[in-house]
Design a protein around this ligand. Structure first.
Ligand SMILES: Nc1ncnc2c1ncn2[C@@H]1O[C@H](COP(=O)(O)OP(=O)(O)O)[C@@H](O)[C@H]1O
Ligand code: SF4
Ligand SMILES: [Mg+2]
Length: 350
């Protein structure tokens, strides 16, 4: 059963070149009891998608098309005012990117927690505080001390974990975490993801974890959704996608991640740079400038995201079998269109 059904979602930002899509016709489901990992390099539209899920796309942005149905709530994109405030943080718990900087510097954490409870008409505020302390303790902090502290008395990592406590404390059914562990060292990352997994399981949540680090999310997610240039290019059950990436971008992303391949020498940075709104291809496949598999049609027609195997979708003109067999390769070795970071040719003048 899907808690959240996103359909044909397009979000645009106004730029000097006009309104351009940061998320283009994205459709995906978040199912109860599943952790979905949304991955892709910086600029691929992940945070914009997360903001849209809360109907919180900031100016100069707008949702140009689509719907976001949340079970028991309806289409979030049609909500306004009080209804919307209730859903944000209530049915939909969230931690936005860089939200460790979004606490109120003038109030102790505990007071901010009470404000959150009151604004959501929580009757039993004592129980709310007790639950927050318990969550904080389980994330390796001293709950009593943390609730008495001001933001400046806490480290960046602690603030990040407190953001997750705030997202979980109102018993949301859907949890959206945008880069939740970026400010943390590896050990704290593991501890935080561990508690997210436990709370997720206990409450049968639908959880979306957004990260540019496919290695971090590969230890916790059930499903993987891969974005590039505002498009969902592939998704499916986590282990299946890691074993059999069917989109050239997913394959390159995994190949560049030592934590998954277990091979530090083989893991190499993705050649080339991800596009931004103004440089992303408007015609054809958005990945073609960096794709070692590109063929003529890739420059002309955008591939549709289509089901091709149980629980799997991909948007690519070339057959999955071709992507499986050929080596990860780079644009340079495969002889495809060159990229800005292609290695210099031997003998080239300095
Ligand atoms: N407020 C904004 N105004 C204009 N462009 C934006 C704005 N926010 C994000 N973008 C652009 O939208 C694209 C997607 O950004 P974002 O959703 O933050 O990606 P990600 O979270 O995957 O790094 C990027 O090209 C980014 O530069
Ligand atoms: S559609 Fe073409 S350019 Fe795009 S990922 Fe597939 S092979 Fe590469
Ligand atoms: Mg982001």
């Amino acid at each position: 059963m899907s808690e959240v059904r996103v359909r044909e979602l397009t979000v645009e930002y106004q730029t000097p070149a006009g309104w351009l899509p940061a998320v283009a016709a994205a459709s995906l489901d978040l199912r109860a009891g599943e952790i979905t990992g949304l991955v892709g390099e910086s600029g691929s539209g992940k945070s914009t998608l997360a903001l849209a899920l809360l109907n919180a796309v900031p100016e100069p942005g707008r949702v140009a098309a689509g719907s976001i149905e949340v079970a028991g709530v309806g289409d979030v994109l049609t909500l306004t005012g009080k209804q919307l405030r209730k859903v944000r943080g209530g049915s939909l718990g969230y931690v936005f990117q860089a939200s460790q900087n979004s606490l109120n510097p003038l109030k102790p954490i505990g007071k901010q927690l009470l404000d959150l409870g009151r604004s959501h008409e929580v009757k039993d505020l004592r129980a709310l505080i007790a639950r927050a302390k318990d969550l904080a303790n389980r994330m390796g902090m001293d709950g009593d001390r943390v609730l008495d502290s001001y933001q400046h008395q806490l480290s960046g990592g602690m603030r990040q974990r407190i953001g997750i406590v705030f997202a979980l404390v109102l018993n949301a059914k859907v949890l959206i975490l945008d880069e939740p562990t970026t400010a943390l060292d590896m050990l704290s990352q593991a501890a935080v993801l561990d508690i997210v997994r436990k709370v997720h399981d206990e409450n049968q949540l639908s959880t979306l974890i957004i990260t540019h680090d496919i290695g971090a999310v590969s230890e916790i997610a059930d499903r993987l959704v891969v974005m590039y240039g505002g498009r969902i290019v592939e998704d499916g059950p986590l282990l299946d996608v890691l074993r059999r990436p069917s989109h050239p971008y997913t394959k390159a992303l995994i190949g560049a991640t030592a934590r998954i391949t277990g091979d530090v020498d083989a893991a190499r940075a993705l050649p080339g740079r991800p596009p931004d709104l103004t440089t992303v291809a408007r015609v054809g496949c958005v990945f073609r400038d960096r794709c070692p598999f590109a063929v003529d049609v890739c420059a002309e027609t955008e591939p549709a995201l289509e089901a091709w195997d149980a629980g799997r979708r991909r948007a690519c003109h070339v057959a999955p079998s071709t992507v499986f067999i050929a080596p990860t390769g780079t644009a340079a070795t495969a002889g495809a269109a060159g990229t800005a970071e292609e290695p210099a040719t031997v003998g080239e003048p300095a």
